[in-house]
Design a protein around this ligand. Structure first.
Ligand SMILES: Nc1ncnc2c1ncn2[C@@H]1O[C@H](COP(=O)(O)OP(=O)(O)OP(=O)(O)O)[C@@H](O)[C@H]1O
Length: 649
């Protein structure tokens, strides 16, 4: 087997030497040791290392963080090895997306594990990258040969790019040589697969500007010569003076921007300008992608110029764009998952990006934000969709049963093991396992899980043989795993293994624009279930709902709508008591006229028990024993009723 080539960038000779010895002994080839960024760049040119170990402070002025940006551009993975634990530096280092971070002084084991994980993650990353290129090429050919009109062809191209370069607004045009050349077409994203075409006529209406004013504004746009990204502050600085970019940013509340100019073979330049409402949507990774896509997109745009009536080669005055909203006839892959906020659309893009690979996915987010729903969707969009999807809630299992539940046991393996048991991993063979609340997994089981992920085989408890398994892992947690790792409750190596592709579920309070759609969705479900005719929710109640903070997120909203559908005597919900208000009213005697539903009664009862036990659930003096319930049942009831573990609702 070829030895992997590693470059060490470290200015302390002794440390560099120790590292070099450790790595050579472990079977790596050290192709060089550089003590400054300048020397490192020369060695990279000469030796083409596959991996770089990087100290932060080096000889001369440039730091390891400066070099890291360059490494990302040329797609060489790296980890930092540094004594610096200053928060500001760590933050700056984190932005460069390293594959790991080892703090000095280090143990031999730390370095080797960090490298092993880094190679594994890079491989997954490359695998995704290669898949992306193949998908893009196929899609480009399909779009060019399709019967769509040119606007929709460009839109289709934008949609193909969306999972990799996210945007809420995309404008595509040609570099302008004079005002007459004005051509620009915009697409504003309004749903997962819905975009509004914004041509010049629409822009004139929306912004109340005349065509020549728009053309003049466009001459003020900075015309980048290479792909460049601007995050919030940089974009503000760029858009100080009036320009077309500024007009887009102001009109659509856009906060970051990636400009991607594409030189064509006829010496002209066209560009794809991406904008996002997130302040930091673009990073160095996107530049790498732009480099890779440049030829493909140039070919696409040249193909577009050959299309009959292409406005790319005629003047704007020759065409008008029909106002239209594009939506495909096929059902959305996210039907049933309600919302069109840009934060949720970003989640959808990530799902599309990762679903078809077999990479592990880590879904992070507060309780009730829809993590399980997303996990199911990743499975149903994957190539494993017809194979088992096995869910296991790590928090709901007593510690003593976790291993047998996950890996199974042989008959007689321990007292009470009367029968052989097939574990969840075996059940999930060729499919997906969803490890919900992975943050609750005890350290001992974490070690076993890590071994399963590394070796891809399991051993039943009491068994003598190993069993090969092919299982895709999706894990979820509402805990802050960074913090769990820092405090020693979660293994760093397991964290890196499962954190190959993180997806962050936004809390409902950060996407309040979705509240009305969600409320309507649950309203129609519960109206149907209860056989009641409830048509809607009054605008005042909706306003109130938007002001509320939703600590229990969508689950809480669902429960609340269920309760109100049951309680309402009208065909409209015109009065809704939000949980904070409800808590106050249930702690005193309920008003005589009000009806308390079963779940409200149950909720108040559980809250009272929790209060009495100071929030303790398990063991002696815990709420579970007071209520005479198994703790796992109490836990799931609390979840269903939107009661958090610290028993604040
Ligand atoms: N976008 C959505 N559209 C419709 N229903 C949703 C949406 N998101 C979540 N739900 C519903 O909200 C409830 C909670 O969702 P889910 O169980 O997926 O959350 P979770 O993040 O896994 O919660 P926990 O961490 O507590 O397990 C479920 O009934 C789910 O169907």
């Amino acid at each position: 087997m070829d030895k992997k080539k590693i470059l060490i960038v470290e200015d302390e000779y002794i440390i560099a030497d120790v590292l070099s010895n450790i790595l050579e002994t472990a079977g790596y080839h050290i192709c060089g040791i550089a003590d400054s960024v300048k020397e490192a760049l020369q060695m990279i040119d000469e030796f083409k290392p596959e991996f770089v170990l990087l100290d932060i402070y080096l000889k001369e002025k440039l730091t390891g963080i400066d070099l890291a940006h360059r490494l990302t551009e040329i797609n060489i993975p790296f980890i930092y090895i540094s004594a610096n634990s200053n928060q500001k530096i760590l933050e700056e280092a984190k932005v460069t997306n390293p594959y790991g971070f080892v703090i000095k002084p280090f143990r031999e084991k730390d370095v080797l594990i960090a490298l092993d994980i880094a190679f594994y993650r890079h491989e997954k990353h490359m695998e995704n990258g290669l898949r992306q290129s193949a998908v893009m090429q196929k899609k480009t050919a399909e779009i060019l040969s399709s019967a769509l009109d040119w606007e929709h062809k460009i839109l289709e191209m934008g949609k193909t790019l969306q999972p990799y370069i996210p945007f809420e607004f995309l404008s595509v045009g040609m570099k302008q040589e004079n005002e007459e050349d004005f051509y620009e077409i915009g697409f504003s994203r309004i749903g997962f697969d819905e975009y509004q075409l914004i041509g010049c006529p629409e822009l004139m209406v929306i912004t109340r500007r005349k065509q020549h004013e728009l053309a003049r504004l466009k001459t003020n746009d900075v015309a980048e010569v290479m792909a460049t990204w601007y995050n919030e502050n940089e974009l503000e600085a760029l858009l100080k003076k009036p320009s077309l970019k500024k007009l887009f940013a102001d009109t659509y509340s856009l906060k970051s921007h990636l400009s991607f100019p594409i030189p064509l073979s006829n010496k002209k330049t066209c560009y794809f300008n991406f904008y996002s409402r997130r302040p930091d949507a673009y990073q160095a990774d996107h530049l790498v992608l732009c480099n890779r896509l440049q030829r493909l997109l140039a070919g696409f745009m040249e193909g577009m110029m050959d299309t009959a009536n292409s406005p790319l080669v005629s003047k704007l005055s020759n065409y008008t764009v029909k106002q239209q909203v594009s939506s495909l006839d096929q059902p959305s892959p996210f039907s049933g998952i309600i919302g069109s906020s840009h934060l949720l659309l970003t989640v959808f893009d990530h799902v599309i990006q990762v679903a078809k690979s077999s990479s592990s996915v880590l879904i992070l987010g507060e309780s009730g934000t829809g993590k399980e729903k997303i996990a199911e969707r990743i499975h149903s969009l994957s190539l494993r969709k017809d194979k088992p999807f096995v869910r296991i809630n790590c928090a709901a299992l007593p510690v003593s049963l976790i291993d047998s539940e996950l890996f199974g046991h042989e008959k007689g393996a321990f007292t009470g093991a009367h029968e052989k048991k097939i574990g969840r991993f075996e059940q999930a063979h060729t499919g997906t396992i969803f490890l919900d609340e992975i943050g609750e997994l005890p350290l001992e089981s974490q070690a076993k899980l890590l071994r399963v992920l590394q070796e891809k085989e399991i051993e039943r408890i009491g068994g003598r043989t190993t069993i090969k398994t092919d299982v895709r892992i999706i894990a979820a947690t509402n805990r802050n795993l960074d913090k769990e790792v820092a405090e020693g409750r979660f293994r760093l190596d397991l964290f890196y293994r499962i954190n190959v592709f993180p997806i962050l579920m936004p809390p409902l309070r950060e996407r309040k624009e979705d509240i009305a759609d969600l409320a309507e969705h649950f309203l129609s479900i519960y109206a149907r279930k209860t056989g009641k005719t409830v048509r809607g929710i009054s605008p005042e109640v909706l306003e109130n709902m938007k002001r509320y903070n939703w600590p229990g997120n969508i689950r809480e909203l669902e429960n609340l709508i269920e309760r109100n559908v049951l309680l309402t005597r009208d065909d409209m919900i015109t009065n809704m008591v939000l949980p904070t208000q409800l808590e106050q009213s249930t702690s005193s005697a309920p008003p005589e006229s009000s009806v308390i539903t079963m779940s409200e009664g149950e909720r108040a009862h559980i809250l009272a028990a929790l209060k009495k036990c100071n929030g303790k659930i398990w063991g002696e003096g815990g709420a579970a024993s007071l209520l005479n319930l198994p703790p796992t049942t109490l836990n799931s009831k609390m979840k269903k009723l939107g009661i958090r573990k610290n028993f604040a609702s």
